[in-house]
Design a protein around this ligand. Sequence first.
Ligand code: ADP
Ligand code: MG
Length: 682
Amino acid sequence: MASLFDQKLQSLKGVGAKRAQLFEKLGVDSVGALLRYYPRAYEDWSHPFEIDAAPFDCPVCIRAAVISKVTETRIRKGMTLYRCQASDGSSVMRLTFFNNRYIPNLIKQNGEYLFYGKVGGTFTKREMTSPSFTTSAESSGFHPVYGQTEGLSSRQIEAAVRQALSLLPERVNDPLPEELRASYQLEELGQAIRDIHLPQSEPALNAARRRLIFEELFVLQLGLCQLKTRNRRETSCFLTADRSQEFFSCLPFPPTGAQRRAVAECVADMRRKTPMNRLIQGDVGSGKTAVAAALCYCAAREGIQSAFMAPTEILAEQHYHTMEKLFEGTGVSVALLTGSTKQRERRELLFALKAGQIHLLIGTHALLSDPVEFQRLGLVITDEQHRFGVAQRAALAGKGENPHLLVMSATPIPRTLALMIYGDLDVSVLDELPPGRQKIDTFWIDSKKRGRAYGFLQKHLNQGLQGYIVCPLVENESGEASLASAVEYAESLKAREFRDYRVGLLHGRMKPAEKEAVMRAFSRGELDLLVSTTVIEVGVDVPNAVIMLIENAERFGLSQLHQLRGRVGRGKEKSYCILVSDAQNEEAVYRLKAMCRTNDGFQIADEDLKLRGPGDFFGARQHGLPELKIADMLGDMDILSQAQQAAKILLKKDPALSFPEHRGIKGEIRRLFSQAGETAFN
Ligand code: ADP
Ligand code: MG
């Protein structure tokens, strides 16, 4: 098998240098790769319709006899039609082919054929144009449809695949050990490969798919687990005690059960010499900051420094203020370092950091830059992870003495999926909101009702509460009149509807100091209303703000809307989110309705994943996972968890995959990850 798999494509009949090149475009460079080039779809030739009963405009198979001679009509130069009538006994349909001079030879009067194509015409005069066909004795199964490229059609690929399949020995070496196949009822590789290309029935196809999907996810999971345990140097910054109780007693609120659990999991990690690698997932408002603070506290108590990175300056600043407050009177010293820290202050700060006088340094990516030297960096925390690349995570980890790593994400995704996407991380979930939180009532209105929404907003401002108005762009660059321009919009609100209120403006192009001033004023209650672009998207925390009005809400993705909405409903007051949009577009309507329906971040993320798919959801290839051939991590969630379970069991038995029966699987891991540029396995 190994030899066949490595065999050059050109060893197949009909594949010369030129065609081999075309195959290479599809990523197929060997017979093995061809056998693993699975069909994109299938034509179902196994359930022929009667002509009368065939649905219009979707591909179907029809078994019929040709009841007329093929006629040839030249309608203009270079355009000849070949036509005939076919009947299945119940009724008749017309077949039309263009410019195919072989048709009269291929289709004979009185012959019976299977035709595959879309039925068109009218109810009484059905027709098919350019259907595929075979003699009806020949085939009755599923026909594979391959992803093609110019110059290489699905049929040509099929022909090459058929040849490769004929070379496949009866029994092939299966990377999945027999025992495992038995316990998960997976068929053997050779069978699966035959059936995925040329299935004889739907059950056969399903069994093949399941087996191959399982294998792919299993290999992926094993690879990720191995990455996780690879070269994990020990850290000297392990904790010797759990002092989180001490910290909890300083908090102005009792921690939730979920917060306690997450802290306990992290502390347990940090007491080991192998550095922690953990993701904390929690919906907006679930209190991730306090969890991070508890860990920084424990570290600081043992003379271990922490770094906390946020994706934007505004967030870094805000975390800084939050942390300062949390650590008041505890002896933990907190500092902020961003791009706008003044030279002198910066020098002093860096000096103090190196001397170990600063326990917790908060900042943006600037923390990654060279002159930042810690005395004993043992804990690195990054907030809102999906904006940080894997590389940045690694760079930061390189800073200290192999520090513990904690990643915090407000994008709640199903646990099984998180295990894949953040494959190198352990996961803790904050699945409980602090008590007293109320559902944020969410409404979708069209722009005609905006005036009433303003009134509703004012009513709340009059009670001393605060609100946000969010709009998508700073300037009206696109020239679309419907697009609210934050600057103009804020001015006009100030001058008109909200002239009796204190209105602030926040947008991404303001200087950091200006932003900071506005944010501070808003969080101190010196502003009633904040008009903002999405810079407030993540993390900003003003519990007195209870209403958010989002303009052009259709312009935001579902998860983004949810993040935005998470800026309200953070205190005891009832909170509202008003989505203003005149959207008609089906997908936009779906998003807006989903927002009104649920407050649950997991559900929202689920819907968003369904709409966009995991690739888009996490940014193009940002998660750095190898590309999968057949598995769809969302659609195949149940197989995914089985594969994860199986991987866990296998690694327990043979952590290094050194048993001879695991040699095959090791090879597959290497193959899969070499595409992702991961050299660890080579
Ligand atoms: P997020 O998970 O979105 O980062 P934060 O850490 O900003 O959430 O916390 C949201 C709000 O909830 C903050 O005002 C915080 O002080 C408060 N909070 C956190 N934990 C608790 C708790 N256990 N009880 C009450 N309020 C809490
Ligand atoms: Mg946060």
